[in-house]
Each structure stands twice: as C-alpha cells, then as structure tokens.
Design a protein around this ligand. Sequence first.
Ligand SMILES: C[S@@+](CC[C@H](N)C(=O)[O-])C[C@H]1O[C@@H](n2cnc3c(N)ncnc32)[C@H](O)[C@@H]1O
Length: 255
Amino acid sequence: MISPQAQHNASIVDQFTRQAVPFSQMATQHEEVLLDFSGVNRDDTVLDVACGPGIVACAFATRARHVTGIDLTPAMLEQAKKRQQKYQLANLTWQLGDVLPLPFADNSFSMVITRYTFHHFLDPLAVCKEMLRVCEPQGTVMVVDATPPPEKAEAYNFAEKLKDPSHVRALPEAELLDVIASAGLQEIKTARYAFEVEFEASMKSFFPNPGDDEKIRRLFYDDLDKNNLGLDVHRKGDALHYVYPVLIAAGKKAA
Ligand SMILES: C[S@@+](CC[C@H](N)C(=O)[O-])C[C@H]1O[C@@H](n2cnc3c(N)ncnc32)[C@H](O)[C@@H]1O
C-alpha cells in the first residue's frame, strides 16, 4: 500500500511539474527583503529547501559564497538551471530529492532557508528540525510563508487547497513561530510583507481538480470586500486582486 507521505509527494510532483514554467515566470518580488533580513554575506554557504525554480536561490547566490537548492520536482530544477544560466551564476548546485530527511550531513551549511513551502509539508516541524540539523552551530535558519489570521485559517486553507490540491495547511503566525521554536531555533526575529497578485493571472499558474475553476472564481468574487478568506480580495480597476500575508522568521541555531 502506498504511504500517505508517498501519496502526498506524488501530488506535489504532479502539481509542480505543471506549475514549473508559470511559477518561474512569476514577477519576482521581495527577494531583496529576504537577502537583507537574513544578513547573508560572502562567507555563507546556503541551503534553499524546496527551492522550486531557483528564484530565491539565485538571488542568494549574488551575495553568498555558495548556494545549494534541493527540490522534489525535476521540472522545477530544470527551470532553476535555466535561471542560473540566464543570470550567469557559477556558485550554485541543484539537487533532486525530498526534504525529509535532508540528504546532507549535520552542520553542512551556515544558512538554511525556505520560502512558500511549509504549507506544502505534512510535517513542518520534522522539516524544520532537519533544517536545524544541517545548519552549523550559530548559523541562520529562515522560514518564509503565508500566515493567515487564526480565525480565518480554515477558510483560507480551504480556498488555497481548491486552487492547488497539493496545499496542506498554511499555519497562522503563532503556530509557525511555535514550530520553529520547538525545532530549537533561538533569537527569532520576524518581519512581514504583503504579496499581492492579480486573480486571473494567478489562476494561470494553478491546476485545480477538473471542474473546480468556477468554484474558486465564485469563492473569491463572493469574498470581495468581506475578507472571510483572509486574503484581502479587492478590485483594482476591472481586475480582482488578493494578498498573501507573508511572515519572515529567522533565528540562530544554538552554539
Ligand atoms: C510554492 S513552490 C516554492 C518554490 C520556492 N521555494 C520559491 O519560493 O520560489 C514549492 C516547492 O516545494 C517543493 N516541495 C514540496 N514538497 C517537497 C518535498 N517534500 N521535498 C522537496 N521539495 C518539495 C515543490 O516541488 C515546489 O517546487
């Protein structure tokens, strides 16, 4: 019998094989904020966990000594390699693989980061522990993800799962901070940003189950100016927009 983890991984690879090209063409936003917040510099060897098409990894490679990106979806890594070539970056390595467990020795990197991934993990605490394990003592671990308001988390996650069936659960801020503190991260500091997207454009990069497109459209239009979904659905001219509330949390592994 196929395990729930294997079943979930198959759903991830299915979704992200189809999302790879549109996701890689998404306007890049907020990477500078992450570079500055993390404090990455030329001494750092960085691991980008579930790196997707390498948007964050390539940005970090402009400041770090070396960046390794690991991802489960081959089509995502193909896009990452293209991006590396486009920006003529030499200090990157790509690895195909699962983040649980991370296929690296203890204390291998001075910085371990992950963006827009925790909501895709069945066990974010286990992944976070792995991130700390492969990070060297006093190294930095940084997690970036959307964190819905707690009272809207159920509706938010329902909507997101409808758009992307491989979505598991975005954690409200307190829960996400609890996960990274339980994994052992210390001196945690946070910042937030709003990631705004145009609804119809975003729908081109999602692949819902057959027949769900119209359900999603109705759900979002019905939420206009109500914000039951925690996604601040609003109009801009003729277009519908919504906003992911994103948390950046970074801390240190104990000495
Ligand atoms: C929404 S994308 C984010 C990509 C990238 N981190 C970024 O911010 O641009 C999520 C990525 O997580 C990867 N992923 C999900 N579960 C994974 C797992 N268990 N092991 C490795 N990669 C995984 C998917 O293949 C996909 O590329």
